[in-house]
Write a protein that binds this ligand. Structure first.
Ligand code: F0G
Length: 468
């Protein structure tokens, strides 16, 4: 199916804007993070890496929409634009083909994401996730349970951004929205990724929406059951491989380059652009008052790269007055980035990964070079936490009533450790990112069965069972 037929099928609109979009995208620059080489943002053959093997980063000038002057704009005009869009009444039109990018927590910031026509956007919509105040000082009495998290970390002003509240249950939906939009502009018929669960479910959902074939490469036996079921239900083709995530990642890159399938792992620079919106949304929710720290789990290093880039760009635009320090938290059994950090990034390390936190069980992170830049420029830090620390932190988040998947809990475990080490002060403003939903890896760290015996359906029996 060519770009015209996809366009006609999906929206019934003329194909012209998409040709124009390809031209607009070609004006963007893909810059190699390793050697600085530059490529056009749109080429007939999709490009995921530099000729030197380095990963690529999108560089784009930012322009306000014509209604706001069409120029580079000042910080206050940008803030006003995003705040107006965020306050759009939550009313859905009956005509579902009408896109509402202002309602998406990604496309609300579209001038900073991708310059594409609104009719080309593939969106659920995603984002608009909660930022829970959970610190000892910023959590109200009515949320006593949530406050336990602040007490556990030892933080007075602490927030948790719950990306598990996205449509398919993880932050992946943000980058998938921009990635599948790009696939649609390219006229791609099939899209693929390697995944331990979340990326595959997200890809499957967005590919289904856009009428493309979704192909997911999974490390056999290492994918959470619910996530596999989700991908299958959305209609994705699954390929189980004998090997771990790192092997699946290598294979899918080769497959996409050889077979012309469009690659949608975060190696794809356009996925990172959508993922930046996590950072932008956090800043907007904090009324553009940048936190002192952002603490997040780190596996393939996509979030470290994307959120760090969002903060850098927000700072360049004057939306915030300082760069938050980024703390990337790795599992001790999957800690190549931590190992490199402890030697001032003198060497890129690779490990054979092993941790209960399946989403960050990654030994050779694709976005290493992008993330290194973020840690260096934000005066950030990389920390490691053991599986025991991850599961203890998960229990605190679960019992608070919020809940998250194991990998996400690394953020709290890491924050606690950095406070204990005196690196984060207890009175600093800290945001932690919970990357995925608690129903993933639900065999890990939570009770597996209802306790007690089956009872008769009678009040007396209940009194005895509950000891009331
Ligand atoms: N948290 C969750 C819930 C994830 O699903 C992932 C990655 C990460 C953290 C690590 O992300 O790149 O920001 O370090 N999941 C991939 C997947 C592996 O296949 O879903 P990063």
């Amino acid at each position: 199916m060519g770009i015209n037929s996809i366009e006609n099928k999906a929206a019934g609109a003329s194909p012209e804007p998409h040709v124009a979009a390809q031209e607009a995208l070609a004006a963007l620059v893909l810059r190699c993070v390793e050697c600085d080489a530059r490529y056009p943002g749109y080429e007939t053959e999709a490009r995921y890496r530099c000729k030197c093997g380095g990963v690529l980063d999108v560089e784009a000038p930012f322009r306000l929409p014509a209604s706001k002057g069409g120029n580079e704009g000042t910080a206050s005009v940008w803030k006003q634009l995003f705040d107006e869009r965020a306050s759009t009444a939550p009313i859905w039109p009956l005509n579902t083909s009408q896109l509402l990018p202002d309602r998406s927590g990604v496309w609300r910031y579209r001038e900073l994401i991708l310059p594409v026509p609104e009719s080309a956007i593939v969106s659920r919509p995603e984002g608009n996730t909660s930022l829970y105040p959970v610190g000892l000082e910023n959590c109200e009495e009515g949320r006593k349970g949530h406050r336990q998290i602040g007490a556990y970390a030892g933080l007075e002003h602490f927030f948790l951004k719950h990306e598990g509240e996205n449509p398919t249950g993880s932050f992946k939906d943000r980058g998938m929205s921009s990635g599948v939009t790009m696939a649609r502009l390219r006229g791609a018929r099939a899209v693929a990724c390697a995944s331990t669960g979340n990326t595959s479910a997200s890809l499957a959902s967005y590919a289904a929406q856009a009428g493309m074939q979704g192909i997911v490469f999974l490390p056999a036996g290492q994918v959470a059951g619910g996530k596999l079921a989700q991908s299958l239900a959305y209609g994705a083709t699954t390929v189980q491989i004998e090997g771990d995530f790192d092997a699946a990642m290598q294979l899918v890159e080769q497959v996409c380059n050889e077979l012309g399938v469009y690659l949608l792992n975060s190696l794809n620079p356009y996925r990172v652009e959508g993922q930046k919106a996590i950072g932008l949304e956090i800043l907007q929710q904090l009324n553009w008052q940048a936190p002192d720290w952002l603490v997040l789990p780190a596996g393939n290093l996509g979030n470290t790269s994307a959120i760090g880039k969002a903060f850098r760009q927000a700072h360049q635009l004057g939306l915030i007055d300082h760069l938050p320090r980024i703390a990337s938290i790795q599992a001790a059994g999957a800690n190549p980035f931590y190992r490199s950090f402890t030697q001032q990034f003198a060497r890129r390390e690779r490990v054979h990964a092993d941790t209960v936190a399946s989403a960050i069980k990654i030994g050779d992170p694709v976005s290493y070079a992008r993330a290194r830049r973020v840690i260096e420029e934000s005066n950030g830090i990389v920390e490691e936490v053991t599986d025991e620390e991850i599961l203890a932190a998960k229990a605190v988040i679960d019992r608070s009533g919020i809940g998250c998947e194991p990998a996400s809990a690394a953020a709290l475990a890491g924050a606690k450790k950095l406070v204990a080490r005196g690196i984060i002060r207890s009175d600093e403003r800290v945001v932690g990112v919970l990357t995925g939903h608690m129903l993933k890896d639900s065999h890990t760290g939570i009770p597996q069965s209802v306790t007690g015996q089956t009872i008769a359906p009678a009040l007396d029996a209940v009194k005895r069972a509950l000891k009331l």
